[in-house]
Design a protein around this ligand. Structure first.
Ligand code: 6MZ
Length: 349
């Protein structure tokens, strides 16, 4: 039976991690200290910052999105952004992640002279700096927040294209995320098409809440991966046609158990749609979503899956090994990772 020691040492791939949702309590504490040190007249820590560290509780999806807003008020200068990026990458590495795809929504802040361009550059530079020191491969996706206008989304796609060329191989795709109850994702299809034509991969949040019409539109576009896919099966608010499209196209799913249960979009771990997709031998990847907000880690998520669905050590290794198939990277990188995984298995199982 797998334990935490096993899931932590298991080599893992993380493909669905929002930067500002992945900030640990210790980094939040560091950010607060940093803010205090820069304030001449002393400074009372706003009460709401403490709730950034209270993610162990159940919440609603709306409360989850409130927390992101508060975190954004803490990460409002480039030094903080660089610190957060370094810490998040290092923490995934400490948790046994060998390949990480991080995503974030470019945010400008006029008061602090941050442009979307400097936001992205700061993250990319911090990734390069960190990966020089530790053995982890990191790639980056720019996120479109569905609450934004099409015009803002177009800017994000242009930035992704620009930085794909500037930072050779580091920027691999575009993510479509944000509050699933707000906006109409179909509006972004033309600019997502442009991203695809420019060679970027696409990862969409799909069916995090029931919405058959939107889900159909997004699936017809055949994204390279989808996040959550919580409400696709008929008993979860979707329909059989959606399930059939998924199964036929074999679109890989990024599944985030703690996030779904803590935000109450899934009733319980036992009820998680992981089991439905696995029964159909559909490609799934276990991910964290927001390890800071939900106080989880990727090794915790693997342990949760093992305990809930009675997976053996070998099942977990296979789940992790197969995830390599769905990374937004070339075959050479995939082969290097596969070799690492097989060597680990020979020594550890
Ligand atoms: C949809 C989510 C999300 O971009 O500032 N985000 N979008 N569903 C979720 N499930 C809980 N979790 C996070 O990171 C925070 C942003 O990621 C998206 C939201 O747009 C959130 O504001 P960044 O690094």
């Amino acid at each position: 039976m797998a334990d935490h020691f096993f899931t932590k040492s298991l080599p893992k791939v993380e493909l669905h991690a929002h930067l500002n949702g992945s900030i640990s309590s210790s980094t939040i504490q560091k950010l607060i200290e940093y803010k205090k040190s820069r304030t001449v007249d002393g400074f009372d820590v706003p009460k709401e910052w403490e709730c950034c560290m209270a993610g162990d509780k159940k919440m609603t999806l709306e409360q989850g999105f409130m927390i992101f807003k508060i975190v954004h008020t803490l990460v409002d200068d480039l030094q903080s952004l660089a610190m957060v990026t370094r810490d998040v990458v290092s923490e995934f590495h400490e948790d046994g992640v060998c390949y990480l795809e991080l995503r974030s929504t470019p945010r400008a802040n006029e008061a602090n002279k941050i442009t979307k361009r400097s936001y992205v550059e700061t993250i990319l530079e911090a990734i390069l700096e960190t990966t020089k020191k530790i053995d982890i491969v990191v790639r980056f996706l720019l996120s479109i927040d569905r609450r934004q206008s099409v015009c803002e989304a177009e800017d994000t796609v242009e930035l992704a294209i620009e930085y794909k060329d500037k930072y050779d191989g580091l920027v691999v795709g575009v993510d479509l995320s944000g509050d699933p109850k707000v906006g109409n994702a179909a509006e972004f299809i033309p600019c997502l098409s442009r991203a695809r034509s420019a060679g970027l991969k696409l990862a969409f949040h799909v069916a995090e809440v029931p919405n058959i019409v939107e889900t159909k539109t997004l699936l017809e576009f055949s994204p390279d991966r989808i996040g959550h896919g919580t409400c696709i099966y008929p008993d979860k608010g979707g329909d059989q046609e959606l399930v059939d499209v998924m199964l036929q196209a074999k679109i890989p799913l990024e599944l985030c158990l703690s996030s779904n249960v803590k935000c109450r979009t899934v009733k319980s771990y036992a009820d998680h749609h992981f089991k439905d997709w696995r029964k159909n031998d559909h490609p799934v990847v276990i991910c964290t979503d927001d390890k800071g907000v939900f106080m989880s880690s990727l090794s915790d998520e693997y342990l949760l899956v093992a305990k809930t669905f009675s997976l053996s050590k070998l099942d977990l290794w296979k789940l992790s090994y197969d995830s390599i198939n769905y990374i937004f990277e070339q075959n050479t990188v995939k082969e290097q990772l596969r070799t690492k995984w097989r060597e680990w298995k020979d020594e550890s199982i």
